[in-house]
Design a protein around this ligand. Structure first.
Ligand code: LLP
Length: 412
């Protein structure tokens, strides 16, 4: 069942009208559906039911505390990349032993924070990082569990900015040089290498690159066994794509079946770090049309949401479906949907066919639940949008709209 749907001529999220939400809370407004979040998490997690596994939701995709709490209540672990995300995950009630810490640039104080809270493991991306983790753990008289993020040199066939598993990317350790890292870990007293990790990119619409990476990791695993290392975890990262436009990404069920088949009966606990596939299509950004105008060969729809609210179109040229909240059935025009920010790159949709919308109408920008609010900024001193979480008929203000006072508070 789809939880964002037109009912009586207007858009509803579960049991709540988007127009009512916009009138009560203003725009731009992020609106998330609890039922969709639950369905996505459960579909993903159950796809791996035949294996021992832990689904660590990738906090960066949508880090709202209410979203994290909901996912934690469903049994999710979390994949974090900063002390700030660790703080949020713990505050949301995620057990520390279900948290994995990824990222190329962990600071000593962040490593300390993670060790004292007792996270499951660090996904280590360089030899220097390993040495630093060992040093911090020694000061704290602890042993840190680590996996190395292996860069398998696989092309994920996605946007270059979100492709991470190629030799030329900054991520992970080159697969051919990684044995050395494991050997070093074996010799250091305050780290224990327990896993292999990999994340090749985001918004992948085919299973093949995942399987190609997995093949390389399994060969690598055999080499580690020959070194007498006790490897218990295999972390395959996130990256499963979603439908924004006409993509046809594999269903999580197919994805799970392919991976569990390739893994066979290996005595490894699988870790997955899905972000977008859980939250992407569980959220919309609602915006109001401020003005429309025509220039000789273009029509512009100027709305109150901008690149500071949703940067994906400006940054990656990403497509987000835009539709009227309450369709009026007017003729179709070729338009750009643009925001109020003083940059030509400030657009939500380019060269799009939209009905001739009018001032004061509201538009829904779809697939905005992942990397939407989390990548938003205050550029042009624009308060960040409010976030609403709907659960049936219930409306939760998951984040209040920022105010001018809150914007300058750190400067006074
Ligand atoms: N694990 C690691 C180590 C990651 O770096 C990422 C995403 C994930 C998991 C989750 O990937 P997902 O399942 O969401 O694809 N801002 C970009 C996406 C950047 C992804 C960064 N890493 C966008 O808006 O498309």
């Amino acid at each position: 069942m789809h939880h964002f749907e037109q009912r009586n001529g207007t858009l509803f999220v579960e049991g709540v009208s988007i127009t009512d939400l916009a009138e009560t809370y203003g725009t731009p407004l992020y609106v998330y559906s609890t039922a969709t979040l639950k369905r996505h998490f459960e579909a993903f997690d159950s796809a791996f039911a035949s294996m021992e596994h832990l689904t660590c939701y990738s906090v960066k995709a949508n880090s709202n505390l209410h979203v994290l709490r909901l996912l934690a209540s469903l049994g999710a672990g979390m994949d974090i990349v900063s002390g700030g995300e660790l703080y949020r995950a713990l505050l949301a009630g995620v057990p520390a032993e279900k948290i994995v810490y990824s990222g190329v640039g962990k600071k000593p104080e962040e490593i300390r924070q993670a060790l004292s809270s007792g996270i499951l493991m660090f996904n280590v991306e360089s030899m220097q990082e390993l040495i630093r983790i060992n040093d911090v753990a020694r000061e704290m008289a602890k042993v840190a569990k680590v996996s190395f993020r292996i860069n398998p040199d696989v092309d994920p066939k996605t946007h270059p900015y979100i492709s991470t598993g190629l030799k030329k990317n900054k991520f992970g350790l080159n697969i051919d040089l990684s044995l050395e890292a494991y050997a070093l870990a074996r010799d250091l007293p305050n780290v224990e290498a327990v896993g292999i990790d990999c994340h090749i990119g985001s918004q992948l619409t085919s299973i093949d690159p995942f399987l190609e990476a997995l093949d390389k990791l399994l060969l690598f695993y055999d080499k580690l066994k020959a070194m007498n290392l006790d490897i218990r975890y295999l972390d395959l990262g996130g990256g499963l794509g979603i439908n924004y436009d006409e993509e046809q990404p594999p269903h999580p069920k197919e994805f799970g079946a392919a991976l569990t088949k390739a893994l066979g009966k290996l005595p490894l606990k699988l870790i997955l770090e899905p972000g977008r596939v859980i939250v992407g299509n569980a959220g919309v950004l609602v915006t109001e049309v401020l003005y429309t105008k025509q220039s000789p060969n273009k029509s512009f729809v100027i709305v109150d949401a901008a690149m500071n609210d949703l940067v994906r179109p400006s940054l990656y040229g990403s497509f987000h479906r835009v539709e009227e909240v309450t369709p009026q059935g007017r003729p179709i025009l070729d338009v750009d949907v643009v925001g109020p920010i003083c940059e030509s790159g400030d657009f939500l949709a380019k060269d799009r066919q939209l009905p001739e919308v009018q001032q004061g109408e509201r538009l829904a920008v779809y697939s905005a639940g992942a990397y939407g609010f989390t990548m938003s900024s205050n550029y042009n001193t624009r308060p960040r949008a409010a976030e609403i979480l709907v659960d049936g008929e219930q409306v939760i203000v998951a984040r209040r709209r920022e105010t001018y006072e809150s914007l300058v508070a750190q400067e006074l």
